[in-house]
Every structure is written in C-alpha cells, then in structure tokens.
Design a protein around this ligand. Sequence first.
Ligand SMILES: [Mg+2]
Length: 297
Amino acid sequence: MSLRLSQLGEFGLIDLLRKYKGSGAGVIKGIGDDTAVVPLDAKRYLLLTTDMLMEGVHFERKTPPRLIGRKALACSISDIAAMGGRPRYALVSLGVPGSLSWAFVRDLYKGMDALARKFGVAVVGGDTVKSARLVINVALTGEVNKTDVVYRSGARPGDLIFVTGPVGKSLSTGWHLKFAPRVKQARYLVEHIKPTSMTDISDGLAADLGHILEESKVGAVLDEKKIPRRAGANLRQALYDGEDFELLFTVPRRKAALLRRNKFYLIGEIVPWSKGLLLRDKNQRLTKINIQGYTHF
Ligand SMILES: [Mg+2]
C-alpha cells in the first residue's frame, strides 16, 4: 500500500521528490536551500523561488485581500533575502472560486503591487484557474553576486547564531501578514559580515535552525534567555510557531562584535554535529530539544 502524505510529512515528501530533477547543466544549488541557484553571468547567480498560499492554511477569506497579496510576495522576497540577494521578477498565479468579487482580486493585486514597488520587483506574468478555494502562487527571481551568496550549509562549530528580530506568536498577532522582508539587513550582512550560513524563519526557529544544522552537519546550543520573543510569546511559541520571516544566520566568533551594535540578537552557538540541538536554561542546564515545528500535512 502506498504511503499517505500525512505519514511522510512535508520534508519527507520533499526528500522523495528530490530525484525527479530533469536534466540540464550548471545548476549550482537545487532543492535544499531557501532558493535554487543557477548561473546568470560572470559575476552573478540567478535565484529562483516559489511560494504557494492557500485559504484556510495561510490566510482566511476574511483576511483583508491587500494583506493576502502582500504576504504572497513578501514570503518569496524573504527567501531571496535569505540567500543574500536582491528580488527582481515575479510571476503570479491565482486559483479563484467563481464567487469571489473583482474588488477582492483587485485589492489583492494592489497589496502585492505596493510591496513590489517598494522592493523593486516587476510582476511580469502568471496564470489563473478556477478553484474551490483561493490559492495564490508567487514565483520570484533574484540576483546575487557570486561572492555574496549565503547557503544553509556553511555553519561551523564555534560560529555564533543570530536572529534579526523577535519570534513567536506571528499568526495570532497578525505579524505574518505585515512583516517587512529583511532584504536590507541581508545586504548589510553579506557586504560587511559574510555570514557562514543563513535562512529565513518560516517553519519556526527550531525547525529552520534544524535546516542549517542538517545542511552544515553541525549541532547548536540555544540560550533560552537570549531568544528575543514577541510580546506575550512563551518559549515554546518562540521555538516552534513559525512565519516570523526574520533572518537566522551564523557568523565566525571574531566578527560578532560588529553585529552587537546593529540590532541583531545573539541567541546561541554552533557545536559539533554529534551534540544535536540543545537548549541552555537560566541555570545553565542543557537539554536536547526537538527541531520539529510547524508541519504542513
Ligand atoms: Mg526560507
């Protein structure tokens, strides 16, 4: 009998799909990072990412359409930022119920357009189909200098772990609809600090740090009292809620002093792979924690 997707989980499914990768020369990075990385020209790489949002999962019908459109693009811009890149061109596809009003779709596009203008993104095409539930997909390209690109795979024991802002309670506070993708911070980091690894927090601090640990083959110790939490968020919510869209990155210890002056939060350090993911509590006790955050199936 065939496995059900709910038994596989999102990442189990992605793992099984990895092998169906077609052919073609020159892929720098396929599945396994915030975006794909392919050749562009002598100095730059092209970044490719796509994000799908669905009614009832990522937003509700009562969510203001401007915010739905805004979020659909913002998630993809966040992934481009996580590679150290600049966003460029978007393709926007919609699945829409026939009962939806034109005004709703117009406002959705207005919300997206406002963010696109702010971040220098051109919407250049897309597709529409009839669908039982509202679905929106944004495919986005970006560009990054070859010398600037940051993967999830470069963290080394001794590196320090930073985050760009507070985490937890993103869904219940509406932050997930209003966040500003951290392109400027990412540009600062790649130009001045050269992080050894970076990702954005979409699945949850623990889960996304888990991606860095897995790709870099390292472990980590998080300092419970240093993790910045959104107002009202408890530790569990800060670790597992997700959709914060802050950047999570690692830097060699000798560069950390540069960051303390710049509103980046030091939350822990990278340790050898064999240690796994550990949490240091206020009494300096270490406990192993689960990386599992939000799962999609
Ligand atoms: Mg990401």
